[in-house]
Design a protein around this ligand. Structure first.
Ligand code: AMP
Length: 616
């Protein structure tokens, strides 16, 4: 690299794409963003770590990838799929990996045992980051200590924090976590000639993301994002591997680590060949002197992967709906990730967007180049660009009756914060428990609990009187902090939400799908819960008002009767909502009349004004 090629500011911040399959670094020079290559010109570093049998230092990259067959259980690939996950979360794929994955005893987190030592996915990712860093330092001729690292947009809090930990372990300060499709859009739009609405479709080795962005005058605003952290080229390899095993009648060999590595390698080679040819043939060494030959046509391959590609198209449509954009409003389509070289993927995405892919962006390099641009912005080198990203899943608080009151909705621009006031449910309550949830459904049972904490020391007051202001803050990395303060006394508590491990992808997918399927049902559920809450508050309030008031006996009797009826209906779990509503309306009419006549407007107000949702 020449002097003119050196990075723009004095401070060096590199952009790193830490991929499932390959990783690489880039930096912004006076000539624009550049990939940092190895001495032989290679840009991509395979995200693979091999542990030699003699216990010597693990090797990383192409050298490790080349050892896969002679060290089948000691060559670790696709470790990004295990980041921030428990062993139970990765059950399905662990059985297909040639290396073992075990649960760590305390929280069941995924660990990879080698020679009696359990490696965490963070430590293994740190090895990959260390190799990327060494390559960057050799290319730049100086030390690299700070980086912007990309993650799939659909990574949850735990996966983002795990990525940060991996950077720390590799001796890198991670200045910002950037979503991969957002980074790719920066690489695409840097020259300022692409204002408009852009769809970035990013299908890599292990993850899928799609984002809809609006680019205008140097502002890159993400409108919506959707994805699947468990879908990518590895899954295409898996369906080919199954085909190979069936063709060879060799399903009994599937437990053999050597065979697993051999088939995985052959499956990927066949897949890549089919991106350019209509058919391909490969001899596969099954060990024990057995060989199998597989012929696969592109048509059969497409039939096998069609359901997987359809899943990505469903996400794409979801993102467009969330962004409130129609196909006609899309100005450009940007494809990122090695798996977008598969012709069926290109065809179906082009059909779904009505656009041919933009071909000015190298799908392998775009994410790292975009990360370098964001790194340059943070290092003070470029002040003309602004990146506005979003949070992928809604965040909320449990309120009475197991309902989630959402404070921050998915696709909200980050950083963001929102405050809402809640109150107590019981007279004299001196503590409130705050339960924090992530997900799209209305009921806590259908969302993922992130954390809970208690706000203590509230002086005893009648129910509904304390005013607890709860603030959710999401920073630019997508990490959540929660703060609660009782407004009358100033008593406060706060936590940074660190989930023990992330959502399983099935849960995310199920949550997204179910939130659409169940939207009507959820709304009815929510109304029913709110009606019950309102009814309980009215019973409580009316009884107290009756104690304080001096009503004529006939009116007292009528109100008591109406109150008791509501109370009785509430006690029966299967009371139809319309029957309860009629009783509540009747009670409401009677108390309003009394309030007007006798108790006075203050009590009337107390009885009829909607109460704030109550924290449990
Ligand atoms: P990435 O994570 O973006 O590096 O993408 C890696 C994935 O892209 C792996 O599953 C590769 O097998 C796949 N891939 C790379 N090149 C091709 C190709 N020419 N055709 C099909 N898939 C490819």
């Amino acid at each position: 690299m020449t002097a003119a090629d050196s990075p723009t500011p004095n401070r060096i911040v590199v952009g790193i794409d830490l991929g499932t399959t390959n990783s690489l670094a880039a930096v912004v020079t006076r000539h624009g963003p550049r990939v940092l290559r190895a001495a032989d010109g290679e840009a991509l570093l395979p995200s693979v770590i091999a542990f030699p049998e003699d216990g010597s230092t693990p090797v990383v990259g192409a050298e490790a990838k080349a050892r896969a067959l002679d060290l089948p259980t000691r060559t670790i690939h696709s470790v990004k799929r295990l980041l921030g996950r428990s062993r139970a979360d990765v059950e399905a794929e662990a059985s297909r990996l040639p290396y073992p994955v075990v649960p760590e005893p305390e929280r069941g987190l995924a660990r990879i045992p080698i020679d009696g030592r359990d490696w965490s996915p963070e430590e293994l990712s740190a090895r990959v980051l260390g190799a990327v860093r060494a390559r960057a330092e050799a290319a730049l001729g100086m030390a690299v200590e700070e980086a912007v690292i990309t993650v799939p947009a659909y990574f949850d809090d735990a996966q983002r924090q795990a990525t940060r930990h991996a950077a720390e372990l590799a001796g890198l300060r991670c200045l910002r976590i950037v979503n991969e499709p957002t980074a790719a859009s920066l690489a695409y739009g840097i020259d300022g000639s692409h204002d408009g609405t852009v769809v970035v479709y990013d299908l890599g080795g292990g993850t899928f993301d799609v984002s809809v962005l609006e680019i205008r005058d140097g502002v890159f605003k993400v409108l919506a994002t959707a994805g699947d952290t468990h879908l990518g080229g590895d899954d295409f390899d898996r369906v080919i591997a199954d085909e190979i095993l069936t063709a060879a009648g060799a399903h009994d060999l599937v437990d053999d680590a050597y065979v697993k590595q051999a088939i995985r390698k052959s499956a990927e080679a066949l897949k890549i060949e089919l991106s350019n040819a209509e058919g391909a043939e490969l001899a596969i060494d099954l060990g024990r002197e057995e060989q199998a030959t597989l012929r696969l046509t592109r048509a059969r391959f497409e039939e096998l992967i069609a359901p997987l590609v359809e899943r990505t198209i469903a996400c794409l449509r979801q993102a467009l709906r969330d962004a409130e954009r129609t196909i006609d409003q899309i100005d450009d389509l940007v494809l990122v990730g090695g798996s977008t070289r598969v012709p069926l993927v290109r065809r179906l995405v082009a059909e779904a967007t009505g656009r041919e892919p933009h071909d000015g962006v190298d799908p392998d390099l775009a994410v790292a180049l975009g990360a370098a641009i964001q790194a340059d912005i943070l290092a003070g080198g470029n002040r003309n660009l602004l990146l506005l990203d979003v949070i992928p899943l809604s965040l909320g608080l449990e309120t009475m009756g197991g309902v989630v009151s959402k404070l921050i909705l998915r696709n909200a621009t980050i950083p963001t914060s929102k405050t809402e006031e809640f109150s107590t449910q019981i007279d004299g309550q001196t503590a409130v428990e705050l339960n924090i949830y992530q997900g799209e459904r209305e009921r806590t049972a259908d969302c993922r609990k992130l954390a809970s904490f208690r706000l203590r020391g509230i002086p005893p007051m009648p129910a509904g009187l304390p005013r607890v202001a709860v603030t959710f803050m999401v920073d630019a990395d997508g990490v959540l902090r929660v703060h609660a303060k009782e407004q009358r006394t100033g008593i406060a508590a706060s936590i940074q939400v660190v989930p023990s491990f992330g959502l399983t992808q099935d849960e995310v997918r199920e949550m997204m799908r179910a939130s659409i399927d169940h939207a009507m049902e959820d709304m009815a559920d929510r109304e029913a819960i709110e009606l019950r809450n309102k009814a309980a508050a009215m019973v409580h309030g009316t009884r107290r008002a009756l104690e304080l008031s001096d009503l004529p006996p006939d009116q007292t009797y009528a109100v008591k009767k109406a109150t008791n009826k509501v109370d009785r209906l509430l006690a029966e779990a299967d009371t139809p909502a319309d029957e309860l509503k009629r009783a509540v309306d009747d009670l409401s009419r009677r108390t309003a009349q009394i309030a007007d006549d006798v108790i006075g407007s203050a009590v009337h107000k107390a009885l009829t004004e909607p109460r704030e949702p109550e924290a449990r």
